[in-house]
Write a new protein. Structure first.
Length: 205
């Protein structure tokens, strides 16, 4: 087993076994200041990573309705989405219970009243809801099958004309994932491309 795979299992595990080493990330996103409590065994604990930043900068949000951040980690994407428009209802999900606890604390720290966090695998925690926008920085190290499942299962919780937006590392998914988008949604566009990442977007028709 490689070191990379072990670390992936840590942040994609439901119950991380390592002791939580807490930290704080202070940064500006979409021109506004944010503060995030982070911990060990949660993805990108020392900074908001480049892929997440690109998704946050590029994401196209509806004027009203519901937004899902699937695989939210400590909550950066969903919290920025909620903070950008108080008319949106934002739901964040993650399988990692430590990440869920952090995301809930970060909702409070950043004083967003229109966001909630649910614990569970992919779309299981929100199968009773319908969204106008689904966002994801997927856990690529958990395996490409998981990433593909995030794409192919998304329509089940999406309203008509809802958008699905995912950031991917170009060298890993640029050749294979657009075809999964097209098979699932019948369309795929590149919203942004920077620093070895790209944001793919599809619309449910």
């Amino acid at each position: 087993m490689t070191g990379r795979k072990r670390s992936a299992e840590h942040y994609f595990a439901a119950l991380p076994k390592s002791k939580a080493k807490l930290g704080i990330v202070r940064t500006r996103l979409r021109g506004e200041p944010f503060e995030f409590l982070t911990a060990s065994s949660v993805f990108s604990k020392k900074r908001v990573d480049l892929g997440t930043r690109l998704l946050i900068d590029a994401m196209v949000l509806p004027e009203t309705g519901a937004v899902l951040d699937v695989g939210c980690g400590y909550g950066a994407v969903g919290i920025v989405a909620a903070a950008s428009n108080s008319r949106l209802r934002v739901v964040m999900t993650d399988v990692n219970m430590r990440a869920v606890r952090l995301a809930r604390q970060n909702v409070e720290i950043n004083k967003v009243n229109n966001a909630e966090v649910r614990c569970g695998y992919l779309y299981e925690p929100v199968k009773d809801l319908t969204f106008n926008c689904v966002l994801s920085n997927p856990p690529v190290s958990a395996g490409m099958e998981t990433v593909k499942a995030i794409i192919t299962e998304a329509p089940k919780v999406m309203a008509r004309e809802a958008t699905f937006q995912m950031v991917i590392r170009s060298k890993i998914g640029a050749k294979t994932l657009p075809s999964v988008f097209n098979e699932t949604f019948g369309n795929c566009a590149v919203l942004a491309r920077e620093s070895g990442y790209r944001v793919l977007k599809a619309e449910k028709h």
